[in-house]
Design a protein around this ligand. Structure first.
Ligand SMILES: *Cc1c(COP(=O)(O)O)cnc(C)c1O
Length: 358
């Protein structure tokens, strides 16, 4: 059988060790005689596993005790609303960078709760770069950005600093969390849906500095209130235990393979190989400004008019799956998250060479 490489942007590839652990846990979780799906979230084995997952998150990202680590539901999309609902009063302003469709969705929700100052936008140029000129508001409560723009394939390589000392960064890191080292202290809140770089859909990681809470006037429904989830250690209601366990196994795999620094080196090497081939190959070009090219989602298009479907089916026959660009962009996108082995990149590069020669 041909080895399959799944280049999907999300839900995305998971390491085989994670899939094996999930298969086993579905039948008998760590010798408890029950499936993990059947077990109470208040039972000792499950409480221990969730705690262990939190510790893995903390260790991998060197998170200090000022921050809480939460496992919530509703995807990154619910965070678009929860963030301004909890942090931004009606008469206050927050800075938002508009670098893609997910940024735009976050902006739309924030406007429901307060004032939004757009510090920059690359919309007019099809979101093909990260703007360098930022018009920040000195009174802004926080600065929101999308660290990696999954759909287009751009990534903030360094993060801007908020203008005033009480302000902080809020980042949607759905598609690049755990891919590179981070200085957590610049951030008040980081959030990420699991299904790109750390697990399946169903759980959203939120890393939040406690002292930013409790400052807005409005009443907040309990399920939307970070404070409620903090007080109950992410068990205010039934948490998505299976999804959390998959995150646990993914982070364990990451930790066993050298942790974030080692992964960051591998990610750079993988992406460089692919971008080098896009540059060398006469058939393909990158639509993205070079310095802003994402190491996670590599988008490329034909240099001159050709049928996308022809290259997609050429790849598909070789087991290289889900390379179609997002429907709003077209062309191709290879999502090469942590769990994509380097052999997958090699196979894709070879396919691009063979296609050129065919
Ligand atoms: C996929 C994605 C989202 C949406 O995530 P959901 O969990 O489906 O809500 C938001 N932001 C970014 C950057 C994404 O890649």
């Amino acid at each position: 059988m041909t080895k399959i490489y799944n280049f999907s942007a999300g839900p995305a590839v998971l390491d085989q060790s994670v899939l094996d652990a999930m298969a086993q846990a579905s039948i008998d979780y760590r010798g408890n005689g029950m499936s993990l799906m059947e077990m109470s979230h208040r039972s000792e084995p499950v409480m221990t596993m969730v705690k262990e997952t939190e510790i893995l998150v903390r260790e991998l990202l060197s998170i200090s005790s000022e921050y809480n680590v939460l496992f919530l539901q509703g995807g990154a999309s619910l965070q678009f609303s929860m963030i301004p609902m909890n942090l931004l009063d009606k008469n206050q302003v927050a800075d938002y960078a508009n670098t893609g469709a997910w940024s735009a969705k976050a902006i739309k929700e924030a406007k429901i709760f307060g004032n939004v100052n757009i510090i920059c936008s690359s919309k007019e140029s099809g979101y093909n770069h990260i703007p360098k000129e930022l018009e920040q508001n000195p009174d802004s409560i926080y600065l929101h950005l999308t660290s990696n723009n999954t759909i287009y394939g751009t990534q903030w390589k360094t993060f801007p600093s908020p203008l005033n000392k009480d302000s902080y960064l809020v980042a949607d890191m759905s598609s690049d969390i755990f891919s590179r080292p981070l200085d957590i202290s610049k951030f008040g809140l980081i959030y990420a849906g699991a299904q790109k770089n750390m697990g399946p859909a169903g759980v959203t990681l939120v890393i939040i500095r406690r002292d930013i809470l409790g400052k807005v006037e409005r009443a907040i429904p309990t399920m939307m209130n970070y404070q409620a989830h903090i007080e109950k250690d992410s068990m205010f209601n039934t948490p998505p235990v299976m999804a959390i366990y998959a995150v646990n196994r993914s982070l364990k795999w990451l930790s066993n393979n050298g942790g974030i620094h080692s992964m960051a080196n591998t990610n750079l090497r993988k992406a460089t190989k692919l971008y080098d081939e896009i540059k060398r190959n006469s058939l393909f070009v990158s639509p993205i400004k070079e310095e802003d090219q994402s190491l996670m989602n590599v988008s490329f298009i034909f240099a001159s008019k050709r049928e996308d479907e022809d290259f997609l089916s050429f790849c598909d026959k070789r087991g290289l799956k889900t390379l179609k660009g997002h429907r709003s962009v077209g062309g191709f996108r290879a999502s090469i998250y942590n769990a994509m082995p380097e052999a997958g990149i090699d196979a894709l590069v070879q396919a691009m060479k063979d296609y050129e020669a065919s």
